[in-house]
Design a protein around this ligand. Structure first.
Ligand code: BES
Ligand code: ZN
Ligand code: ZN
Length: 479
């Protein structure tokens, strides 16, 4: 019924869902049926289009020129386009259409993002796979924007792939190898170090090693250098990502229900590394250093026990009262190390606390920062991408709760355990930062998608990769 050559036009610009009727009238000579209707969107498809487009999906775009919404903190027009195009493409994919030509809807980048994000489906390990759909911009207007959107979305899809993959496939070693392969085409601007356990020991990263030692899988400290700036001496942007390829909780074992989701506890590392791959593809004129401490958090006879005291790279001692608060331990050492690059800004990204999900859910990643400038840069980027951030407090109030330890300088959990858990975790990280422009993004709440973001299918989200890329592009633009 659907030829390989089959193409379809999606997302015809309309002013409201009433224009569904307009579309219907225009297509009245064809067989048209309503395929799905949700909120502002109506999708029509016809199986008897003309010879160029034997199959057509029409999607309502909502209000024209909706623009930036100050209460939603995103660009509603862009979000509508992403949503509409993804819905149209998915509909055609379900009909086993293998090539889709997409209308730019007036914003080719957003249209491309909607198409590529909407079509992503992790079925690598299944025998029966969804139809592979190729996409193309209809017409020649704004090819540059279209291509940029493809690269942004493919970056997020790389993070989704790494996060969704099972932990027996994406071990620390396999993660590093995947990123190395993805960066291979950019070897002229990229240097990669896969630091082994011996190097981590030499560096005296006692906090990182205290997490990795419960596992049979060797840890890897992945270090990426992207030199995109014409000025090779330009201080880099430092991105640091939590890379726990599986978080069982360690001796403070997690309950087994939903523990499988902890295969995505390397979401910080995945989004950071994917954004560097994307920056390299875009040839952004900026220098970036990426650090990803990668290991598993497992219980064993060699694992760290609650109450053990370990020493971080900067000499600070930490009482590990809960081995499930492991992300802050591996990040502590990575943050200490990162200062050697004299970065212009440090941004760390981590699926750090369940409390972050309690606070904001999947609406936005929490940003804890000591810099108003850095907050503004991240916020601006997130309004453009629709993958939002929201500022959270870094009060001394929380610092007091992690610096009051019976045996050591710090305790890895706040003394009132559950209260303000995302904030005490951020206060803990701050103890390892000397730089004036640092931000910690807690992405635990945005790690996975059920149906909240309509242009992402259910599964690990790869958020906020596009926001990190847009942020880096902003820094590149500002020199
Ligand atoms: N990886 C988890 C946080 C998490 C939870 C991420 C849910 C994504 C979804 C983290 O290592 C963790 O277990 N944190 C503990 C900290 C607590 C022991 C202070 C938590 O949030 O319960
Ligand atoms: Zn944990
Ligand atoms: Zn964790």
């Amino acid at each position: 019924m659907f030829l390989v050559r089959t193409a379809a036009r999606t997302a015809v610009r309309t002013n409201s869902c009433r224009s569904f009727c307009v579309s219907h009238t225009q297509l009245s000579d064809r067989k048209v049926s309503l395929a799905s209707e949700r909120q502002k969107q109506s999708i029509l498809w016809t199986s008897q289009g003309n010879k160029d487009f034997p199959c057509v999906a029409l999607v309502g775009l909502g209000k024209n020129n909706a623009g930036v919404c100050r209460t939603e903190n995103w660009d509603t027009s862009k979000e509508n386009i992403r949503q509409a195009v993804s819905a149209g493409c998915r509909l055609l994919q379900d009909l086993e259409v293998s090539h889709v030509e997409v209308d730019s809807c007036g914003d080719a980048q957003s249209a491309a993002e909607g198409a590529v994000l909407g079509l992503f489906h992790y079925d690598q390990l299944k025998s029966k796979k969804k139809t592979k759909v190729t996409t193309q911009l209809h017409g020649s207007a704004d090819v540059v924007g279209w291509e940029k959107g493809i690269v942004y979305a493919e970056g997020q899809n790389l993070a989704r792939l790494l996060m969704e993959a099972p932990a027996n496939h994406i071990t620390p070693t396999a993660f590093a190898k995947t990123i190395e392969e993805k960066l291979a085409p950019h070897a002229d601007r990229v240097t990669i170090h896969k630091r082994p356990q011996a190097w981590i020991e030499e560096q005296q990263m006692g906090a990182f090693l205290s997490v990795s030692k419960g596992s049979e899988e060797p840890p890897v400290f992945l270090e990426l250098h992207y030199n995109g700036s014409p000025d090779s001496k330009q201080p880099p942007l430092l991105l640091v990502g939590k890379g726990i390829t599986f978080d069982s909780g360690g001796i403070s074992l997690k309950p087994s229900a939903s523990m499988d989701a902890m295969r995505a506890d390397m979401g910080g590392a995945a989004t950071v590394c994917a954004s560097i791959v994307t920056a390299a593809s875009l040839k952004l004129p900026v220098n970036i250093v990426g650090l990803a401490p990668l290991c598993e958090n497992m219980p064993s006879g060699k694992a760290t026990k609650p109450g053990d005291v370990v020493k971080a790279k900067n000499g600070k001692t930490i009482q590990v009262d809960n081995t499930d608060a492991e992300g802050r331990l591996i990040l502590a050492d990575a943050l200490c190390y990162g200062h050697v690059f004299n970065p212009r800004a440090i941004v760390n990204v981590a699926t750090l606390t369940g409390a972050m999900d309690v606070a904001l859910g999947s609406a936005a990643a929490g940003v804890f920062t000591n810099s108003d400038w850095l907050w503004e840069q991240l916020h601006r980027a997130s309004v453009v991408t629709g993958d939002r951030v929201w500022r959270m407090p870094l009060f001394q109030h929380y610092t007091k709760q992690v610096t009051d330890s019976q045996l050591a300088d710090l305790n890895n959990i706040g003394k009132y355990s559950r209260s303000g858990g995302a904030c005490t975790a951020a206060a803990f990280l701050r103890e390892f930062v000397k730089a004036p422009h640092w931000a910690h993004l807690d992405i635990a709440g945005v790690m996975s998608n059920k149906d909240e973001v309509p242009y992402l299918r259910k599964g690990m989200s790869g958020r906020p990769t596009r926001t990190l890329v847009e942020f880096a592009a902003g820094l590149a633009h500002n020199g």
